[in-house]
Design a protein around this ligand. Structure first.
Ligand code: MN
Length: 448
């Protein structure tokens, strides 16, 4: 008999509004992750329903029962999607690991549809056992992009298979030998897109308790950005039913891996490969994705966009509103003030901030017609720098005040000028006549 110890964690992440991932841990026999997609509540409904049905229908420990349960889950999600416009087009991934009996003894049955993953950690090696049913995975298999390019590919969310999209679905299923000490990780893409495999294996090795490991993996995914819902189910094989086989596999990792590679029963195989008609998209994928989608459709007729555009639309509307708000606030700050300065040789009122603010340039509000030459010396430096005024009224008052000073000075200056003129006129007259020597000439005359 195979015994397990399991722990799990799931989190909405740091970007999404709700958690559309679901997980199932039925101690000792069945472990699964489903990553839902679809507008409104669709994704949550799809993933939760799929695992509910999986749990109910997997009532016998065999891989064929497990596959049948996935097929029932597909049908249930598909039927439910037809009952409400809100749920239309919903779907989900499903990756499950189950304790199964075979004629050869205890095995671990695996089923997979979509791009959630099952990894096996054995010693310091992490091995992805499932194959992603995603556009980028097809492109990698076709040699058209590299695995590294796939990791950052903008279309990496596009699935080529999911539950609930059609009445028929292709399901990968196979079995592996349970080996004591093996640790399995079932996770949604929100985990492996944020945490690289080196950190995954390091984390899986560091925490003895599977629940601690799962929680830490989710925490790391959030730390990495948390751009999607994150789910991790960690399953330890505490003791394996086989006995002798365990030790052989555990002692020689390479041999175990080779065996897994060579043994046809351990290879992913399509249990059902129906001729699915090309997908008709209910919601448009991004325009730039159109070509890739077409290619994906050609490569796999069950292609579907993973994420729905309403999310993107809501995000962009929110972003645009935020930007508008910020621009508005900056504009208000930049423009909701006045200053008085010298422009074109006259005192001028500007709206805005001296020198402008960001891309908001001040604009001329009023040319006062007061020439720079009339501006009192004391005010000139300030005016040249620009004198801030909170309101237009303040600016007008400032200018009126300035005009007042000028008028006053003009009146004073006239008197002074007159006085000066009267006192200096004879002197300058004399000076003018006497030239360089006039200065001396006036002196005695003045003194006299
Ligand atoms: Mn996801």
């Amino acid at each position: 008999m195979t015994t397990f110890r399991a722990g799990s964690a799931t989190d909405v992440g740091r970007v999404r509004a709700n958690n559309q991932d679901s997980l199932l841990v039925r101690e000792g026999e069945l472990f699964a992750v489903a990553d839902g997609m679809g507008g409104h509540q669709g994704g949550e409904v799809a993933s939760a329903l799929a695992l509910e049905i999986l749990g109910q229908a997997h009532d016998d420990p065999s891989t064929s029962t497990l596959v049948g349960a996935v097929r029932s889950a597909n049908q249930a999600v598909f039927d439910k999607a037809g009952t409400s416009p809100d749920l239309k087009g919903m779907g989900t991934t499903l990756t499950a690991l189950a304790d199964v009996d075979t004629r050869e003894g205890k095995r671990l049955g695996i089923v997979n549809v979509g791009d959630s993953r099952l990894y096996r950690a054995r010693g310091d090696r992490l091995e992805q056992l499932t194959e992603d049913h995603s556009l980028v995975a097809s492109l990698v298999r076709q040699g058209r992009i590299t695995a590294a390019e796939a990791e950052s590919h903008p279309q990496r969310n596009i699935l080529t298979r999911a539950l609930g999209i059609d009445e028929a679905v292709a399901i990968d299923s196979w079995e592996v030998e349970p080996v004591a000490g093996d640790r399995f990780l079932i996770c949604s893409d929100g985990l492996f897109n944020e945490v690289d495999e080196n950190r995954m294996i390091a984390t899986l090795r560091r925490f003895d308790d599977p629940a601690d490991a799962a929680r830490e993996l989710v925490r790391l995914a959030n730390e990495g950005g948390g751009r999607d819902n994150i789910t991790a189910v960690v399953v330890d094989v505490v003791s394996a039913g086989g006995g002798a086989a365990d030790e052989a596999a555990a002692d020689d990792e390479a041999a175990a891996d080779d065996e897994a590679d060579d043994d046809p029963t351990t290879q992913p195989q399509d249990v059902v490969s129906p001729a699915v008609p090309p997908a008709v998209l209910d919601e448009e994928p991004g325009a730039s994705a159109a070509d890739l989608d077409a290619e994906a459709d050609a490569a796999d007729p069950a292609s579907r966009p993973r994420r729905f555009t309403w999310r993107v639309a809501v995000f962009f509307v929110a972003l645009v509103l935020l930007v508008a708000l910020v621009v508005g606030a900056l504009g208000w700050y930049a423009r909701n003030t006045f200053f008085v300065t010298i422009a074109d040789q006259q005192v001028t009122i500007f709206k805005g901030r001296p020198g402008g603010f960001l891309w908001f340039d001040p604009t001329v509000e009023l040319r006062t017609g007061i020439p720079v030459a009339d501006v009192p010396e004391a005010e000139l430096a300030d005016l040249e720098a620009g004198v801030d005024q909170a309101t237009r009224e303040d600016a007008d008052n400032y200018v009126a005040n300035l005009q007042g000073q000028i008028d006053q000075l003009a009146a004073g200056t006239t008197t002074t000028t007159t006085t000066t003129t009267t006192t200096t006129e004879p002197a300058s007259g004399t000076g003018g006549g006497a030239g360089g020597g006039g200065g001396d000439g006036t002196k005695p005359a003045g003194n006299a």
